[in-house]
Design a protein around this ligand. Structure first.
Ligand SMILES: Nc1ncnc2c1ncn2[C@@H]1O[C@H](COP(=O)(O)OP(=O)(O)OP(=O)(O)O)[C@@H](O)[C@H]1O
Ligand SMILES: [Mg+2]
Length: 459
């Protein structure tokens, strides 16, 4: 082997580096994921001294921030997830399942940016120009400030960007790009890492915003190394139910904004369309007068989202009852059922229980605890909770209903959607102003909430 080159084994799942091959990765405990890759040993110059020039640090005052540091992508939901718009010179990674709509979303961004006379370069390593054109035809008219390129060689891409100087570049996808100096196959850890490194230098050096598409593994992580997530400024995940047409864009990491925000889209013939009021969308098609169904409220970033929680509790035929939770934490559901058993005296230990967040949303905020409990009790007792009732609150292990943040905003959302009654924690009473036209039922314990549900006003 040539001098200066050495081989290292990388876990293709998590990027763990090892000098020798191993059957199981100590990092992520996956089996048979180590692949040998050649790495270039960084050598000093012949004289043994570093060749780079000394650097000149500057003071904060000397750094000038341009006013137009953020520009709108023309898609409100995406701007919200990015923290208020696209930051120039940033590196954004968009990950998601195959076919979820990553290329569609980015092509729509290209269209909107091109409309503002911003020079955009879309580089695809996966699809031919004809395929992109087919998708573009579906989306709409495009301005001539958008240019397309099918290329996978990163050095060619670098030269092209330096020559054309576009303001925004899309790389679809990082797993197809390769760096000539690295011998391992495209998509391997060293390739992905080195390619991202080159893109990062371009983004920071020339102030170009680069969007990178990344594939995800079956566990839902960006394929290849985790290191990729550390290198970029923002990591967005596109998720959604295979069977539903809506998609959720979530920020997992954001150096320029909050990470709690989500954007909701619907996949249509003409591309992804924003869903400005997700609660309305998620609650449509709710069953009427059915037991085991309650509306709960969860905060996703600065936005409150109402969802229907469904529970089905029935007599078990097995020694160990079956429990499932779809869209929420399974262990949390078990915990809440234990609280109902011990603190309320419901005999759930002989019952199968299935809990589902309708619409395929995934929610883990503890504020939906009260909703889950009421849905379980409603199904167990076969009592219908009126459609006009919404509930939120965290349940503690001793059966108390604990305070949750932003209670006022949740009540406002319920009122906006025409709910008449909200069941909420007693401790939130001082934090809430009187709202006209909506009844607020404050409960201190889960038992109180159930009593209200079964007997109405007479406690
Ligand atoms: N005519 C159409 N009407 C509605 N939806 C469509 C239509 N054509 C394609 N789609 C949707 O677009 C999706 C493909 O989008 P896109 O190619 O952007 O996904 P992607 O995330 O880039 O996929 P990949 O991982 O393969 O690159 C399809 O799964 C489908 O849901
Ligand atoms: Mg694609």
């Amino acid at each position: 082997m040539a001098k200066g080159k050495k081989t290292v084994f990388f876990c293709q799942n998590c990027g763990y580096e090892s000098g020798k091959w191993m059957g199981q990765c100590p990092g992520c405990h996956e089996w048979n994921t180590f692949v040998e890759e050649t790495v270039e040993a960084k050598s000093l110059s012949k004289s043994g001294k570093r060749t780079s020039a000394p650097a000149n640090p500057v003071t904060l005052k000397e750094i000038d921030i341009r006013e137009d540091a953020r520009k709108s992508s023309g898609i409100g939901e995406l701007d919200r997830v990015l923290g208020g718009g696209i930051v120039s010179g940033s590196l954004v990674l968009v990950g998601g399942d195959p076919g979820i709509g990553k290329s569609t979303l980015l092509l729509q961004v290209c269209r909107n940016l091109a409309k503002q006379q911003i020079k955009v370069l879309y580089i695809s390593g996966e699809e031919s120009l004809r395929q992109i054109k087919l998708r573009a035809n579906r989306i709409g008219e495009f301005q001539d400030t958008l240019t397309l390129l099918c290329e996978t060689n990163l050095m060619t891409i670098k030269e092209t960007i330096e020559r054309l100087r576009p303001e925004t570049v899309i790389i679809d996808s990082i797993q197809t790009m390769f760096h000539e100096d690295i011998t391992s196959a495209p998509g391997s850890v060293s390739q992905v890492r080195e390619s991202t490194n080159v893109l990062m230098q371009i983004a920071k050096g020339l102030g170009i915003t680069i969007f990178i598409v990344g594939h995800v593994t079956k566990e839902g992580n960006v394929a290849g190394p985790r290191v990729l997530e550390h290198m970029v400024d923002t990591v967005l995940y596109f998720e959604g139910d295979r069977h539903a047409s809506y998609r959720i864009l979530r920020a997992v990491k954001n150096r320029f904004g909050s990470t709690n925000e989500i954007g909701v889209f619907e996949m249509k013939q003409t591309g992804l369309e924003e869903v400005p009021n997700p609660s309305e969308y998620l609650l449509s098609g709710r069953p009427e007068n059915a037991s085991g169904s309650v509306v709960a409220c969860s905060m996703e970033g600065t936005r409150s989202i109402l969802v229907e929680i469904q529970a089905l509790v029935c007599q078990s035929n097995l020694g160990i009852p079956r429990r499932t939770a779809v869209g929420t934490d399974f262990n949390r559901v078990n915990l809440l059922m234990a609280v109902l058993e011990k603190k309320v005296g419901l005999h759930l230990s002989q019952s199968d229980a299935y809990v589902n967040i309708a619409g395929g949303m995934k929610m883990t905020e503890p504020a939906i605890d009260l909703g889950i409990c009421l849905a379980i009790v409603s199904s167990y007792k076969d009592v219908v909770i009126p459609d006009s009732v919404m509930a939120f609150g965290e349940i503690g292990l001793s059966g108390e209903v604990r305070a949750v943040s932003m209670a006022q905003q949740r009540v406002k959302e319920a009122k906006k959607l025409g709910f008449e009654t909200v069941i909420l924690p007693k401790v939130c009473e001082s934090a809430i102003d009187k709202e006209e036209g909506i009844r607020l039922v404050y409960v201190g314990t889960i038992r109180e909430a159930i009593t209200w549900m079964l007997h109405g006003e007479k406690k």
